[in-house]
Design a binder for this molecule. Sequence first.
Ligand code: SF4
Length: 74
Amino acid sequence: MSTQEEPGPLLRVDHAACCRSGACSLVAPDLFDQGEDGKVLLKNPRPPGHLLAAAEEAADYCPVSAIELEAPPG
Ligand code: SF4
């Protein structure tokens, strides 16, 4: 195996559940944005290590728990 970066956790958003609060894009603007309809737009489903804390914080702040960090299989 070469020195490849390990895949990080998968970041998922439940677009249907999003209530357009905008909290995620305020807390982690490198990972989230809001579309014209105000709903979340995921900018990067595989956040690099230095953005993991921000991803977790956004998940905590989301009022409808529409943000999930899922560990990769294995
Ligand atoms: S914090 Fe949650 S409800 Fe608010 S915009 Fe982001 S995903 Fe949607």
